[in-house]
Structure formats: structure tokens, C-alpha cells
Design a protein around this ligand. Sequence first.
Ligand SMILES: Nc1nc2c(ncn2[C@@H]2O[C@H](COP(=O)(O)OP(=O)(O)O)[C@@H](O)[C@H]2O)c(=O)[nH]1
Ligand SMILES: [Mg+2]
Length: 297
Amino acid sequence: MASIFSRLTKGLGRSRDSLAQVLPSKTEKQLSESEWMDVEDGLIMADCGAELAMALVEKAKKELRDPLASLKQAMTAKVENHAPVQHPDSGPFVLLVIGVNGTGKTTTIGKLATLFANDGKRVLVGAADTFRAAAVEQLAVWVERAGADMIRQHDGADPAAVAFDTVQSGLSRGYDVIIVDTAGRVQTDRGLMDELAKVRRVITKAYPNAPHEVWQVVDGGTGQNAVVQVEKFHDVAGTTGLIVTKLDGSAKGGIVLQLADRFRLPIRYIGVGETLEDLMPFDAEAFVSSLLPEEKD
Ligand SMILES: Nc1nc2c(ncn2[C@@H]2O[C@H](COP(=O)(O)OP(=O)(O)O)[C@@H](O)[C@H]2O)c(=O)[nH]1
Ligand SMILES: [Mg+2]
């Protein structure tokens, strides 16, 4: 845990260092208008987006105390989430995972399957990304490492048929958790959205109230593009939460706040590397602390 946390703080180091230049740690002194402007610019450069950066500074400014502590509080409030994951009272928990190609869906499913399996749950994964043959093989490797099982069909099979099959077998074979992987690209955007809507529909046909959660995976390094992606998938797929990956790389971190604020979606997990252990449950306070310079006393 210590090492994956350090991957996060290392990943966000650049944003933190540039914010440190404009945010004095532990000063009772209030910042001047132009100093607050520098903070706002720093937040924009850290991928918070102009609108949120302004709102955060407005809020922090009103608090007549240590500017860093005020800003930290304002930022934490934006990403704090009090809505628990929607687990059903009985029967399997069904999770649909969506997102653009390359964002880390399959890797994240491997990590999630590992977490659930370590928690003593029986996990079944459906390989509904049938658009690329290699995608099924890649998922198979992750699923095996996680100690979970997988439902697959022939190459190019109908993704909705795979999803239906997965949920139905998961139900009849008494699995605790069912996770459905999906494609992030087909011939057209329109085609992808129709496909996701259909996958979702058949899951509900196989098991009313499912999917219990729909998590979109976004690559934290893609900045504003991530905002566009969430917007696009949101209504069609009925997104209930987000997983932001690659925060160990050159991502600037503020994107996490921007997405949570803009779409009012909980951030469920963050990805900080390529191995099975590199997934952290999202902790608002710890995350914001990694993004800001350290408070000194
Ligand atoms: N550094 C880093 N790489 C990641 C992370 N999550 C996924 N990746 C990498 O991103 C690439 C695409 O991942 P994949 O799961 O195939 O994406 P998919 O197309 O959405 O299923 C792979 O090379 C993964 O190893 C992460 O949190 N950190
Ligand atoms: Mg994939």
C-alpha cells in the first residue's frame, strides 16, 4: 500500500511542485488578489478546468485562514463522495465497465477481479469486447491471474450476446460478482453507443436491476479529452461512477476533480500502474493532499 501510494504522489509531483510555487505553506497572511490569480492559474495548469479553478479560489478566499488549508478543504469537498456502491441485497453484484480504447478497462477489470477475489468473492468476467480478437486473449490472462472465471464466445461474436450469456451463467452458477468488459471503439461512434445501450439492455433482461453499477474508465493523462469522453458515454450507458487510470504517469491530477465536479459522479478507484496491485480505492482527502504542497506547521 505504501508503495502504490508513493506512485501516486510521484505521479502528481509536477502539479504539486508548480502549485507549491504559488501557495505558501502555513501562512496566516491572506493572499493578495494577484497571488490568488496565480493560484487559479496553477489549478488550471493542473487540469482542474477554468470554471472549477475559479470556483475553488472564490471559496477558499472567503475563508479567513491559512490559504493552503482553505483551498485543500474546498478541493476535498468537490471530490468527496458519500454514496456507497450499489450492492444488491441478494444475488450477484453486476458491474459494467465502459470507456474509450486504451484507457485501461481490461487492465482495471483484472485489478478489480483481484480485489474482489482477495475479498473471498467468486468473480465471473464477460469478454464483450469482441471487436478485436486480441482483446479477449488479453482479458483471459488478467482473469486467470486474478483467479476468476471468464465467459467468452467466438471472435466477432455479438457483444450483447456475450453480456447476456455472462450474466445468465453468473446467476445460475452462483457467482458473487459479475464484471462485463466492453469495446471502446467500433466502426463508428454511433455504432459504439448503440452497442453499449444494447449491452446494458440485455444485462437488465438477464437480471432485473442489473447492472448495479456502470463505471467508466478514463485515462488521467488525456486532460480535457477525458471530459469529452465522459460526456459522450454518460447518457447512453447510464454511468454511475468513474475510474481514473495512469495517475502514476504524466497526468496532472486536477482532471479527477474536474470530472467529479462536472458530472457529479463518484470516483471509485484510481489506477497508478500496470500491475494487478496498482488500483487504489479513491480517498478524496489523500488524493487532494497528494496534489497540493505539504502543510507545514
Ligand atoms: N501506467 C499505467 N498504465 C496503465 C494503467 N492502467 C492501464 N494501463 C496501461 O494502458 C494500456 C491500455 O490498457 P487496456 O486495459 O488494454 O485498455 P482498454 O483498451 O481500455 O481495455 C496498457 O498498456 C495498460 O498496461 C495505469 O493505471 N497506469
Ligand atoms: Mg480492453
